[in-house]
Design a protein around this ligand. Structure first.
Ligand code: AMP
Ligand code: MG
Length: 409
């Protein structure tokens, strides 16, 4: 049986590197939020676009005011007013100044801004008693970014700040990685959809919906293929269709050692190589990961238990999906926290206990979810923000001690 770390590294190695041509999609700026850049963005505008004022003030030539003081104030004539957004029409000569507002272009003949608080105005004249610094409060053209240099690198996820940068640089068409398509299927004769009326013994297929939400949240396109019964031929057809059409396949159920667990056998019959079959982890020990010679597809056979299914997704599928969507260097986010409860484990497998991670006075604390921690209980999985990890060979992390917690976002 593989350790969690071994399984994780095998899985990450199986995710093929994305190709910035083949896996490219061009999107408009408005549709770019949440996407990942496949190509470097190079702007063709300096930022700031031109020298402009950082204040509501007066634009002057430094030479005129370099030596002024309360004893020897300098008086300048205000010959023009420049609002943001207009091209200055008047050249400023020695002895003159321009009234200027934040963001407005500096007129020819000026190089320094004197803030209005340091001036006294009377009619068209201003008196300056305090010498500014040379070029003070001028935002120079290209000071923040020079046209033609890389603005954002491939692998960057586009959020609000990146959108602002791209908009200001007038980059409105962006090369992003296409989203990986992820086929999701639930296996089990006992399963019904949430809309169907429940007959004795049946179980509602929650995994289909949970996994679709998980996939969408992590940058993939979920393709729900529905419930497939534990019937070898039907299952084989459904799996064959899934691997032929998707980048990733997530099936739940049918990977343990029960009489109706056909998934591994079918994957082999379809020419699959099984790289992972079980992992020393709880919940979620039976985990199958397969690739196929004829299809560029990574297959995850995930245990059917809803808790095991989601924990397996958070721990093993998420890094693969992030890599597949082009995110540079995704790592599960682990923090040190103090546990508010005893954390118990069997010792033979790395154990993930679900609960809430809370920030109290600048320190993380972990509160174990109340109720049963059986992998059959999915009710207390709601509101999970962290998975506390009890390492192999450890049976207890006592209340008040430090524990590693994986952040669930
Ligand atoms: P299996 O992994 O197929 O042995 O299933 C383990 C347990 O999880 C069984 O109790 C199943 O009924 C349950 N289960 C399997 N698939 C799902 C699903 N899609 N949604 C909810 N429960 C499931
Ligand atoms: Mg089953």
């Amino acid at each position: 049986m593989l350790s969690v770390q071994e399984a994780e590294s095998i899985i990450l190695n199986l995710v093929r590197s994305l190709d910035s041509n083949q896996d490219l999609e061009i999107v408009d700026l408005e549709a770019a939020s949440g996407r990942i850049l496949a190509q470097a963005v190079v702007g063709n505008l300096d930022i700031p676009h031109w020298d402009n004022s950082a204040m509501d003030a007066y634009a002057v030539s430094y030479q005129d005011v370099a030596n002024c003081s309360p004893e020897q104030p300098v008086t300048l004539e205000v010959v023009t007013e420049i609002a943001a957004g207009v091209l200055p029409q008047t050249e400023i000569k020695s002895g003159q100044a321009a009234r200027i507002f934040t963001g407005a272009m500096l007129p020819v003949g000026t190089d320094t801004i004197v803030i209005q608080e340091n001036t006294q105005r009377s009619g068209d004249l201003i008196s300056i008693q305090q010498a500014p610094k040379f070029q003070e409060f001028v935002r120079h053209q290209g000071a923040f970014y020079q046209a033609g240099t890389p603005l954002l690198e491939p692998g960057v996820k586009i959020g609000a700040a990146e959108i602002a940068v791209l908009a200001t640089a007038q980059c409105t068409q962006l090369g992003v990685y296409r989203r990986p398509s992820v086929a999701i299927l639930s296996t089990g004769d006992e399963l019904v959809t949430p809309e169907q009326s429940l007959q004795p013994g049946q179980i509602v297929d929650s995994n289909q919906y949970a996994l679709a939400s998980f996939v969408a949240h992590n940058g993939g396109i979920p393709v729900r293929l529905g419930i497939v019964p534990d019937h070898p031929e039907e299952l084989k057809q459904a799996i064959a269709l899934a691997i032929a059409s998707a980048d990733l396949v997530l099936s739940t159920g049918g990977v343990s050692v029960g009489d109706y667990d056909y998934v591994d056998r079918i994957l082999t019959e379809l020419g699959g190589t099984l790289h992972v079959r079980s992992v020393a982890v709880k919940p979620g020990k039976p985990l199958t990961v397969a690739t196929f010679e004829d299809h560029n597809c990574l297959y995850f056979g995930i245990p059917g238990n809803p808790v095991s299914a989601l924990v397996s997704c958070w721990r093993f599928v998420q890094p693969a999906l992030k890599k597949f969507s082009g995110l540079a260097d995704f790592k599960p986010c682990l923090v040190n926290a103090t546990t508010r409860h005893d954390l118990r484990a069997g010792g033979s497998r790395e154990t993930y206990l679900w609960g809430q991670l809370q920030l109290t006075e600048g320190r993380y604390e972990f509160a174990l979810a109340g109720g049963s921690h059986s992998s059959g209980n999915l009710i207390n999985l709601a509101q999970t923000t962290g998975l506390a990890i009890v390492p192999v060979n450890q049976n207890l992390i006592p209340q008040g001690s430090e524990v590693k917690v994986m952040l669930i976002s």
